[in-house]
Design a protein around this ligand. Structure first.
Ligand SMILES: Cc1cc2nc3c(=O)[nH]c(=O)nc-3n(C[C@H](O)[C@H](O)[C@H](O)COP(=O)(O)OP(=O)(O)OC[C@H]3O[C@@H](n4cnc5c(N)ncnc54)[C@H](O)[C@@H]3O)c2cc1C
Length: 468
């Protein structure tokens, strides 16, 4: 790609645009972070508007077909994530839209239960090696039905009293000096504005804070999965037991086939769908590692990768159907409407979560959530939980804006372990509550009374340590 300076430029004429609404809080992006933010802000009394570029809520949890909600407990089975995440699971449960290990199995080392998830290739989500017991154990992790979740998220947001606008792309924060005062968005109705006292950036990629001029860290290590884009898909009508028998009875033949598929550019390690009533579905989470740098903010790369990922999908499907017992009558049930990435730009906040926090016992006075620390091997055995401070959501210098999504202030490898769906919903719950409290108190979000924020979150069902 030519350097930016090599491009010809034009100057856009300035123009007057319609103020569509005035609100206390506007949330940009309706993924896990945005849904948590909007619900919490509205429930805490703020006039709240949520805008989302696509026609549904949930971001990667629904449209990305990344429908696994992991790390809700630590390895001993102790639950950490509560609040809006647990409420979502309870509501989906009533509609048959989720499944998870029975409570008695959280933390179990029972081989039969462990093997169920390992056989389904779902090990990373459900199983960890517990160095304290020197055994594999099962975590509290839920899978959710993405279609039911889209509808349930609509209900939860609307019941909270927040207003939402779909098909609306947030393009620019409205700035007065260093303070955000709302957003400009584009849609089929044209370019319009929403004025607000607090903007919450839940775009995942930090579209708002970058354009507001916040400092950020965009470094990603191309060797790690968080730097890769992915296009996920479901393969339907797979005879899973036939496939399983083939793998177990002819492992060498299966390996030979998968090596061949890999050489052809296909994807070789799907999961068995473990949702109720989906016994014949294989889930493909297809990472697209890049030889060169990966930049999910570069539309040329996004286009190239999307086209290649769709080709890899059909290469995989055609190969499996032709060669692998169990796939004879299968079909491509659904490809994700959106490419996804796990990493990206991270705001530089008042506090940056770092490697040293993985081995710290510190309970911050502004702790907004305590998360199970399951991904740091021996360290996790000694430090099973990590406190996340509110300051990770507050950009340095910039006022009127909070960050509640995977772009929270954190080092890249730490971000990788603490940016998943339930975590982002928790950050949203805290940011939305804090934004509403800031509006009520007439202060900037960075000046929110931590004790008050703590007490309101606890009242909402979030489990937090005592703060003196
Ligand atoms: C292949 C893959 C597998 C993964 N597997 C899992 C898993 O199994 N479990 C898990 O918990 N996590 C998983 N993750 C990580 C997880 O998907 C993300 O970390 C999580 O979704 C982040 O939530 P978010 O709210 O920050 O962003 P997103 O889910 O990306 O949501 C952002 C939302 O904002 C909207 N948006 C973006 N820009 C704008 C804009 N300018 N204007 C308006 N709307 C906008 C988007 O459309 C989207 O709805 C996976 C990620 C990948 C890539």
């Amino acid at each position: 790609m030519p350097k930016q300076s090599a491009f010809k430029t034009i100057t856009e004429p300035s123009r007057k645009i319609k103020v569509w609404r005035e609100a206390d809080v506007v949330v940009v992006g309706g993924g896990p972070g945005g849904v948590g933010s909007a619900i919490a802000a509205a429930r805490t009394g703020a006039k709240t508007i949520l805008i989302e570029r696509y026609g549904y809520l949930g971001g990667m949890a629904t449209g990305g077909l990344v429908n696994i909600i992991p790390n809700l407990s630590d390895m001993s089975g102790k639950q950490y994530v509560f609040g809006i995440v647990q409420e979502m699971i309870d509501r989906l449960d009533k509609r048959g839209g989720t499944s998870y290990p029975a409570k008695k199995d959280w933390g179990t080392t029972d081989k039969k239960v462990v093997d169920h998830y390992l056989d389904a290739n779902l090990g990373w989500f459900y199983v960890r090696h517990d160095f304290n017991r020197n055994k594999e154990c099962v975590l509290y992790t839920a899978v959710v039905d993405p279609e039911i979740l889209k509808d349930e998220f609509n209900d939860m947001v609307l019941e909270s009293g927040a207003e939402m606008l779909l098909h609306s792309w947030g393009v620019e924060p409205i700035m007065e000096g260093n303070t955000a005062r709302g957003v400009i968005f584009e849609s089929k109705s044209g370019r319009q504005a929403i004025l607000a006292k607090v903007v919450i950036d839940s775009t995942g990629d930090g579209d708002m804070f970058v354009r507001a001029g916040a400092e950020f860290d965009g470094r990603l290590d191309n060797k790690h999965r968080d730097a890769w884009l992915a296009l996920n898909w479901f393969c339907g009508n797979v005879d899973i037991s036939k496939w399983d028998n083939f793998k177990k009875s002819q492992p060498d033949k299966y390996k030979e086939l998968m090596d061949d598929l890999s050489k052809k550019g296909g994807y070789t390690r799907p999961y068995y769908g473990v949702l109720k009533n989906q016994p014949n579905t294989a889930w493909y989470h297809c990472m697209q590692p890049q030889p060169e740098s990966t930049d999910a903010m570069d539309v040329e790369q996004l286009s190239r990768i999307e086209i290649r990922a769709r080709k890899r999908t059909t290469i995989t499907f055609d190969f499996m159907k032709k060669n692998v017992p169990g796939f004879e009558n299968s079909f491509i049930m659904l490809t994700a409407p959106q490419l996804g990435t796990q990493g990206g730009r991270r705001v530089i906040g008042e506090y940056t979560l770092s490697e040293k926090d993985m081995v710290s016992e510190e309970v911050f006075e502004d702790t907004i959530v305590v998360l199970a620390n399951n991904d740091h091997k021996e360290i996790s055995a000694r430090h099973p939980a990590v406190c996340i401070p509110y300051r990770c959501l507050v950009p340095k210098k910039l006022d009127g804006l909070l960050v509640a999504c995977r772009a929270f202030s954190s080092e890249d490898l730490v971000n990788n372990a603490f940016n998943i769906i339930p975590h982002c919903m928790c950050y949203g719950q805290a940011a939305g509550t804090a934004a509403a409290l800031a509006v009520k108190a007439g202060v900037q979000p960075r000046k929110v009374d931590y004790k008050k924020l703590h007490d309101v979150l606890v009242k909402q069902g979030v489990h937090l340590p005592e703060i003196k």
